[in-house]
Design a binder for this molecule. Sequence first.
Ligand SMILES: NC(=O)c1ccc[n+]([C@@H]2O[C@H](COP(=O)([O-])OP(=O)(O)OC[C@H]3O[C@@H](n4cnc5c(N)ncnc54)[C@H](OP(=O)(O)O)[C@@H]3O)[C@@H](O)[C@H]2O)c1
Length: 250
Amino acid sequence: MHNKPVALVTGANKGIGLQIAKDLAGQGFTVLIGSRNLENGHKAAESIGAPARALQLDVTSQDSIAAAAERIRSELGRLDVLVNNAGISHAGKPGRTLEEVGQAGRPSVASLDEVRAVFETNVFGVIAVTQAMLPLLLKAPAGRIVNVSSGAGSLTLNADPANPHRPMFGAVYSPSKTALNAITLAFAIELEPTSIKVNAVCPGFTSTDLNNFEGTGTVEQAARQPVRLALLDENGPTGTFSNASRLLPW
Ligand SMILES: NC(=O)c1ccc[n+]([C@@H]2O[C@H](COP(=O)([O-])OP(=O)(O)OC[C@H]3O[C@@H](n4cnc5c(N)ncnc54)[C@H](OP(=O)(O)O)[C@@H]3O)[C@@H](O)[C@H]2O)c1
């Protein structure tokens, strides 16, 4: 068995995931850079150095997920942390502004194909990857699962007419994060009798490809909370949804 703790970060070839991987490598983890395009994964792993290894992982492909789980089992024999970070904000034309994506995602006009594609990655992908990695996580002394969600998925926050961001609550991305929150809670409840902790986190509005680089925060800031939750000790919480400043309402 590998002699250092092992973390898998999905969608770690760029953006917030890459920064989470860098930070976990800095904390002594061997980090697996989940990347659907292996070449991009290799480049990201090289940018981190020795503790990082690329792992082909498309969260929408059961074959890719099964092969990744088998590789971790046979090559490292352990998995301590899973960060479900891979996500998409839409499945339409790339390079659209947030305003354009928001307009196309209104419930009256949203394409059902796009809703399905976003749920496939942001929700079903997380269930599938978590199920595949659970046998290894259950063997770890302190397994941690961190689901990178968004305040955009909070029903409570978006039900508040005073929330200036609620016009962005459409039928595509936001409900996928609401569903991800529900899945987070479901895993946390089932895994309560074990040492595994499962938490959802909003990294904050961050400048990445996901929002056409219109976000205001940096990836360094965004990675801090997911990393904090990946490093929770045995007294830490499970089944929570939080951001940098507080617990968020579901
Ligand atoms: N940026 C924000 O303001 C913000 C706010 C709240 C929450 N988040 C969440 O933070 C997470 C990371 O997003 P980001 O902002 O860093 O965006 P990003 O730069 O676009 O990175 C997204 C990552 O997910 C990967 N990905 C997409 N579909 C995938 C699939 N089917 N299988 C495997 N990987 C896949 C992408 O890979 P490719 O390079 O191959 O496309 C990329 O590595 C997402 O879950 C997002 O919802 C972001």
